[in-house]
Design a protein around this ligand. Structure first.
Ligand code: EPU
Length: 412
């Protein structure tokens, strides 16, 4: 297990360029499996999750070329519709392949994917959507869904990001029009649909709760991945906790309104412009109650990084996690650093302290790991964060970017 080491207590200063979004790149790479002709995805971040998606495409039979951040996929020789368990378990994003493969072959396996341990994370909405489109479960293999797909109306019980993406990709293989109601509205979904439209698909309503998809596989197309709003949120929270002023070049402020508003409420100055965001830390005061919710609400992925920032905010903050049932593993590490956090189920009550101290900690998921790093930047002394591989799944050059902002960070 590799560690990230941080000697904290120094304010951050400078600018970093925000990388391409992991959660946009992964479904776009999976969508490439549904294309009939070669396609190009620009601006993919260099992350282990992206490596895993490329490995899956190669296994399926695609020819994949990487040139820096650009990934060109020639899907014409894809001949497999099933992904081995070992590859499925490498990341959550492997689930996105089932929709495109169902669209292409009329058959897919919806095995439980890997990913961060945030709770049960079932795929029942995906399975129910496939069934509504006409794919039935194989009698001996309940994970295998097959059949001729027919456009239909699907109402999701909850605006699940993954189910929305998977079902809209599966619907490309259906005859007629599919309507997804109570769809997730995240910017990553709009990015995926823009890519599919480049390939000639007829999709409308993405970014709203009702998405309409006309059947028809994409031809060829080129699209760019949007900047990673969660990387931007993480570095914004790091600036709040460590102090200083950070420019987040390329970040799209309209994707991050809930987090930026909360940072302003806490006493940070946030300058928003067309080319990025600048966060200047202030005297932090508790922002009150923060409740996570689907987009455009306060993102669950920013819950842990934001909690790290409020550890030093004067007064009491209450943070309620409503999206995942078990996403507060970072609290143990915060307490080891001297933070005052009480947890009741999915609610954390934080009483700000003047001083955090470096400690020995362990990351158990991606955003929780990043949150420990943020707290460490605002702590005196040295912190070790074991489980660096969690952070590497979702942050490109994390240590390098922090060092570029004047932090003292290294790996061991
Ligand atoms: N859910 C179900 N059944 C389903 C699908 C979802 O009960 O069939 C539940 C989940 O268990 C969860 C809630 O619905 O309680 C929301 O899950 P959602 O499907 O929206 O999440 P996801 O698609 O699994 C993506 C991101 C996550 C991010 C969430 C919410 C990717 C690869 N992952 O996950 O990102 O937290 O949406 O915004 O896009 C991360 O980047 O650290 C991360 C975990």
């Amino acid at each position: 297990m590799q560690s990230l080491l941080i000697r904290g207590g120094k304010p951050l200063a400078g600018a970093i360029t925000i990388s391409g979004s992991k959660n946009a790149a992964l479904p776009m790479l999976a969508a490439a499996a549904a294309f009939r002709e070669p396609c190009l995805i620009r601006g993919c971040p260099a992350l282990t999750d992206v490596d895993a998606a490329v490995e899956i495409l190669g296994y399926l039979g695609a020819n994949v070329k990487r040139c820096g951040c650009d990934i060109e996929v020639d899907p014409r020789k894809i001949h497999r519709w099933e992904i081995p368990r070992a590859l499925m378990e490498k990341m959550r994003g492997s689930v996105f392949f089932s929709g495109p493969l169902l669209a292409r072959f009329g058959k897919c396996s919806l095995a439980l994917p890997g990913g961060c341990p945030l709770g049960e994370r079932p795929v029942n909405y995906h399975a129910a959507g496939f069934a509504a489109l006409g794919a039935t479960e194989h009698p001996d293999r309940p994970d295998v869904h097959q059949g001729a797909l027919q456009g239909t109306e699907i109402t999701l019980p909850y605006p699940s990001v993954g189910a929305t993406e998977n079902l809209l990709m599966a619907a490309l293989g259906a005859s007629g029009v599919t309507v997804i109601r109570n769809a997730a509205r995240e910017p990553e979904i709009v990015c995926l649909c823009a890519f599919l439209r480049r390939g000639g698909c007829k999709i409308t309503g993405d970014g709203t709760g009702i998405i309409r998809i006309a059947g028809g596989l994409p031809g060829s197309g080129t699209a760019a991945v949007i900047p990673d709003r969660m990387e931007a949120a993480t570095f914004a929270c790091a600036a709040a906790c460590a102090g200083g002023r950070v420019r987040l070049t390329g970040a799209i402020h309209t994707h991050l309104t809930a987090v930026l508003d909360a940072l302003e409420t806490m006493g940070c100055a946030v300058d928003r412009d067309a080319a990025g965001i600048t966060v200047t830390a202030g005297e932090l005061t508790a922002p009150g109650i923060i409740t996570t919710a689907p987009y455009p609400g306060f993102p669950t992925d920013a819950q842990a990084p934001f909690m790290a920032a409020v550890l030093r905010a004067k007064g009491e903050t209450e943070i309620r996690e409503t999206v995942f049932e078990s996403r507060m593993h970072h609290i143990d590490g915060f307490r080891a650093m001297g933070a005052r956090v009480e947890q009741t189920e999915n609610t954390a009550r934080i009483t700000g302290v003047n001083r955090l101290c470096g400690a020995e900690t362990t990351a158990s998921d991606l955003r929780g790991g990043a949150a420990l790093a943020i707290a460490a930047l605002g702590a005196r002394g040295q912190t070790r964060i074991r489980g660096l591989e969690h952070i590497r799944r979702g942050y490109e050059n994390f240590a390098g970017k922090l060092n570029a902002l004047g932090a003292e960070v290294w790996t061991e």
